[in-house]
Design a protein around this ligand. Structure first.
Ligand SMILES: NC(=O)c1ccc[n+]([C@@H]2O[C@H](COP(=O)([O-])OP(=O)(O)OC[C@H]3O[C@@H](n4cnc5c(N)ncnc54)[C@H](OP(=O)(O)O)[C@@H]3O)[C@@H](O)[C@H]2O)c1
Length: 207
């Protein structure tokens, strides 16, 4: 798990531990992890430094990325550079499944955002443009160079850290403004959804 101390990642990590999984995380700030579960294995480090990725992915069933650093991503595609090293390490260690959380305002490869989403991205959400461009570079890499990996991208639309507003489901056109908890719960389910492999869909609340 990469990004386990983040706003979505903390919820995701709790869900995985509650689900009985053993969770190995890379955290640059381990003190932010508020769990003393014996099933949580913590490695300290940052994705922008050289890492022993073989050791991090050895023996895992799946890899999850909920990474983000909006400030740094204004000038540098840190996620794409990292994922391009992570995927070969997954291959070397026979790890097939990979979930990457992007944003509802990140355009999937070969497709444009709707005019409404494009307008939001370029006005109120303008300060996250670098993060979306990085997410788009990750999706392009996965599509062009990693179709042997069972990857799925959740293009999350998140608005608050409030309580659950319902159950999210995959949609190829609608993005709901969800809570971090609901997005984490959706991504947790998505990870074992065979039909989500090689999709870059957003999620929307079930009616
Ligand atoms: N926030 C939103 O409203 C929103 C909306 C839609 C989509 N998304 C997408 O969802 C994804 C995750 O967003 P989020 O808001 O849940 O994340 P977040 O709260 O910003 O947390 C990001 C996580 O990445 C970790 N991280 C950042 N740089 C790192 C580095 N160099 N090395 C190791 N770890 C690093 C952070 O560690 P630290 O705790 O040490 O900082 C943290 O665990 C992003 O792709 C974002 O585009 C977010």
């Amino acid at each position: 798990m990469f990004g386990a101390t983040g706003q979505t990642g903390q919820h995701f990590t709790s869900l995985a531990l509650q689900g009985g999984h053993r969770v190995r995380v890379l955290a640059r700030t381990p003190s932010k992890l508020n769990s003393d579960s014996p099933n949580l294995e913590i490695h300290q480090g940052t994705i922008t430094d050289p890492l022993d990725l073989d050791r991090l992915v050895d023996g895992v069933d799946a890899v999850v990325s909920m990474l983000g650093d909006a400030q740094l991503q204004r000038t540098s595609k840190i996620n794409a550079a990292f994922i391009e090293k992570l995927v070969p390490a997954m291959r070397r260690n026979g790890v097939a499944r990979f979930l990457y959380q992007a944003g509802g305002l990140s355009a999937p490869p070969g497709r444009r955002l709707t005019p409404a989403l494009w307008a939001i991205r370029n006005t109120v959400a303008r300060s996250y443009n670098g993060q979306h461009e990085d997410n788009e570079a990750v999706m392009r890499y996965l599509t062009d160079d990693a179709m042997d990996i069972e990857w799925m991208v959740h293009r999350a639309g998140i608005g608050s850290n409030g309580p659950s507003k319902g159950v999210l489901e995959r949609s190829n056109r609608k993005v709901s403004i969800a809570t971090f908890a609901d997005c984490a719960s959706y991504s947790y389910r998505l990870l074992s959804d065979q039909t989500a492999i090689h999709t870059c869909d957003p999620s929307t609340y079930r009616k």
